[in-house]
Write a new protein. Structure first.
Length: 75
């Protein structure tokens, strides 16, 4: 059972491809497919770290970076 949960989590992460790194300076670098797409500093970085822990990280990072489909766009 635990094994299937780990697999589904990996698939969700791969679905949008976002991840973030916290730098020594406190900046947060958001990356997608190996490229840096946003850097958050100061209060924005602190707010991001607080919210990413409570929301779906992939969807939240998509919204922060602007790579988010709202459902009203033409396919």
């Amino acid at each position: 059972m635990l094994f299937s949960v780990v697999i589904s989590t990996k698939l969700e992460v791969m679905e949008l491809g976002f991840f973030y790194r916290v730098r020594k300076s406190g900046e947060v670098s958001i990356e997608r497919e190996g490229r840096e797409v946003a850097v958050l500093r100061g209060a924005a970085a602190a707010k991001f770290l607080k919210r990413v822990a409570t929301e779906d990280p992939q969807q939240f990072m998509a919204r922060v970076t602007g790579n988010y489909k709202r459902g009203t766009e033409g396919q």
